[in-house]
Write a protein that binds this ligand. Structure first.
Ligand SMILES: [Zn+2]
Length: 227
């Protein structure tokens, strides 16, 4: 094991091509992301598919560092590139170092959701650079700007409406029970969820969405015996 990080980097590049292709097949996003009160994007996001292939940063040392952190945190079903992709631009971004921890924390929660659902989950948005956030009309103080948020959904080629609902209810269960970790829950039409984690500069506990946010939370409470 002379240089294990190179192995992760290789895996990442191979997986990315698949992610990019999958995203082209599932342009089912519609509707808006949140509201100004939620601190999340009002006009939407990169809901449509982007270029078929992703450009990696020239310097991949951050990706390698994050890959090791993912492994150490028990994140086995996601790679850092998934949380750093600016989908519309087809670019894997570099994130300011001060936000690297946020990416790892967010990935741990995404992994918890993935474990609960038992199905592959696509990261449709993770970190957004300020320029990209403006381009997709994200809210000025979005948690995505600090790598502390992710929009997650089941790839549409696999998902039924029931499974989409289950993903949302499972996300709500995490939001209701992991109250020290997960700050924001967004529930959108089309089966997408937004989660964000507590972090410096964050907006704290809140829920919103264009979807059945109250119904989803009530169902989660009932299934958890919390009602
Ligand atoms: Zn979001």
């Amino acid at each position: 094991m002379k240089n294990p990080t190179l192995i992760f980097a290789g895996l990442g590049a191979a997986t990315l091509a698949l992610i990019a292709v999958a995203s082209r097949r599932s342009p089912r996003g519609s509707g808006s992301e949140g509201s100004e009160e939620s601190g999340e994007s009002k006009a939407g996001d990169d809901w449509s598919s982007g270029p078929a292939y992703l450009t990696l940063p020239e310097d991949t040392s951050q990706l390698n560092r994050l890959a090791v952190a993912f492994q150490q945190a028990g994140v086995t079903n996601f790679i850092p590139e998934e949380f750093l992709t600016l989908r519309k631009w087809g670019v894997v971004a570099e994130i300011p170092e001060e936000y690297e921890d946020n990416i790892v924390k967010m990935a741990v929660q995404a992994q918890a959701l993935r474990d609960r659902v038992g199905l592959p989950i696509a990261v449709m948005n993770g970190y957004r650079s300020p320029e990209y956030n403006q381009a997709v009309q994200g809210a000025p103080n979005s948690a995505h700007l600090r790598g502390a948020a992710a929009d997650l959904e089941l790839p549409s080629v696999h998902a039924t409406a029931d499974q989409d609902r289950e993903l949302q209810v499972d996300a709500a269960k995490l939001w209701l029970t992991r109250t020290n970790d997960i700050a924001g829950l967004g529930v959108y039409t089309g089966g997408r969820v937004h989660l964000d984690v507590f972090h410096p500069g964050g907006l704290g506990r809140r829920s919103w969405g264009s979807g059945d946010v109250d119904g989803v939370i009530n169902q989660a409470k009932a299934e958890l015996g919390m009602s």
